[in-house]
Design a protein around this ligand. Sequence first.
Ligand code: MRU
Length: 354
Amino acid sequence: MSGCQIDPNVIRPIRFLNGKCQMLDQRRLPGQEIWLDYIDYQGVAEAIRSMVVRGAPAIGVAAAIGAWFGARDIETESSEEFFAQFEKICEVLAATRPTAVNLFWALERMKSFARANLDRSVMELKIGLEFEALAITQEDERLCKKLGRAGESLIPDGARVLTHCNAGALATGGYGTALGVIRAAVEAGKNVAVIADETRPFLQGSRLTAWELQKDNIPVTLICDNMAGYLMSKGEIDCVIVGADRIAANGDVANKIGTYTVAVLAKEHNLPFYVAAPISTIDLSLSDGSQIPIEERSAVEITHLGDQQLAPEGISVRNPAFDVTPNALVTAIITERGVAQGDYLVKLAALAAD
Ligand code: MRU
């Protein structure tokens, strides 16, 4: 199978190589850069569940590849039987993480292809699905670059930009969404300094955002999550830009836990709060953010740091992985098809229909 061209200087978390897939184990960064091999859909499902790969668009890419692995290994000559088994494989992949809608979007795209081609032979379906998975993988980086260019004019020269979690190359097929806008601003010749929230409890900010920006020589300063308000009050932050896991039709945004807090702080300090996400992150089937399923993760992420116990045995813990920022706190939503501002219900529907 042909794959993406591999340039060692470009950060991409997922590679195709000779019919198998490799993923950069994001749980081990920044200490170790370890690529894990995947050859079947069960392995890919586990990689998504255990956060070897994470970030909404990257989860979608991984799911598409996983679905193709599953399809490739189905043993039947009947297209109907093939599709029945393929749907079951997609169900396993869909059950990995509930919030990032890109997962369901990518699986639906794979299933739609198969559904529309049931008059073809199983062999043809398998080849077609391989191409579809490859297209999803390669499109993602292209869309991020387009999105970056669409949003970079919102970032002034000299801006100090706060970001939360990791919405970068590592969270996508490459380049990133929120960090894609920052990369595009830097490529346009602007000086941009990034302030990265460390993003408790999984530390995507300190482990991943700091790592990838440092690798790209983009100035980045790491802060604890609870410092953002202080820096804003001192006039040391000019705007905020984050990614999204799912955006409801009215512009309410689900993103990494702590995003809502940052948005409230930005409002209090009259700072623009931007969300950068591809169209595939917009879920027009949900009228508002209260309908977005929020993943609850293991208490161990909060009670422990590696092997070290930080909280008393048996303590009651809540660990929602995402929160919802109401549309009223969002200054603009940047997509690869343009920037939505104002009446999100109308503007997002128009962008999605383009
Ligand atoms: O739990 P994660 O690391 O998958 O959460 C990731 C985020 O919340 C990102 O901000 C979001 O997926 C956007 S990635 C371009």
